[in-house]
Design a protein around this ligand. Sequence first.
Ligand SMILES: *Cc1c(COP(=O)(O)O)cnc(C)c1O
Length: 371
Amino acid sequence: MPIPHRIPVARPIFNGNETKYVQDCLESGWISSVGKYVERFEAEFARHSAARHAFSCANGTCGLHLALLALGVGPGDEVIVPSFTYIASANAVTYCGARAILADCDRDTWTISADEIATRITPRTKGVMVVHLYGHPVDMDPIVELCRARNLFVVEDAAEAQGATYKEAPIGAIGDIGVFSFFGNKMITTGEGGMLTTNREDLAARIKLLRNQGVDPKRRYWHTVVGYNYRMTNVQAAIGLAQLEKLEWHLGERRRVAASYAQHLGPLGKSIDLPQVKSWGTHCFWMYVVALKPGVRKNRDEVAAQLAEAGIETRPAFYPLHHLPPYEDRSLKLPVTESIAARALCLPTHAGLSEPDIERIASELQRAVAT
Ligand SMILES: *Cc1c(COP(=O)(O)O)cnc(C)c1O
């Protein structure tokens, strides 16, 4: 019997102008952070995001850091962040010398809600970082309304959600600043890379200044503040522009994969919860994440181990940040986050996943939860 091939959890696909544009960079010598691809990538990204400004940067984490710096976050401040997210969301707050106040998530969308935020506001609260987790949009309107009334900023960590929409608007330009990531497993990739979007002129100027060593845009070697070298290279932007040209294709592929999973996993409804999509938004399915129901005999890690034996790579959901050493707080009880994080499993989700692969994953998952 032939050994079935191993199915990776994520895989980048370069089927556009990536090679052509990178070769152009090498031949022209424009390989550092100045060049036409940086400008074109930013302009195209702004257009796709319906944002007035888009600024590329070295990765999503420094994008979040830049966003908070531009908003003036510093020592003594508190920023409300969901506990159920990738650690970079909270780390960006910590880099500013501020404190990440961890919040629980909504049962259906697994993202932060206005009610959760409202209970954690103190006189020190400076703003909120919402996270469009796994590609499902956050319910933004009640959060924006709450924050406007209290004079708090809203940063959208959109690292996992490029192409998702909220009430027909692209996510990322709804709050004050949106931040995207182009790490190798994200919706589109530049190897490492990130992007900030904003509609606010004051923040745009601040981001530009801080990203580029705090140098006065009109006077060479004249630095007005302590800035950072958080720039993206023209080579990364060349890859990014080519990927962005195919964004609709990448999104369509993920929608196909998600629809096929929903169809094949439907019969497992007694054992697993499938991702829900609220009627007010569209999910971009960065990851198709299922959760074992509490009554299932095997736990999530046992199911993952059985799938790994069958050649199927999966990932556990993120650990709650309040359980991780840098943010550990066992007195904090966030029951929804704790329950979902322990039961959720990311299935392979990428544009290269074939129908037979999806059928194989579904039948192995069925076997794993049944035996
Ligand atoms: C990937 C990710 C980041 C960080 O992006 P990098 O480009 O890897 O630095 C931040 N937040 C979330 C939710 C992410 O998934």
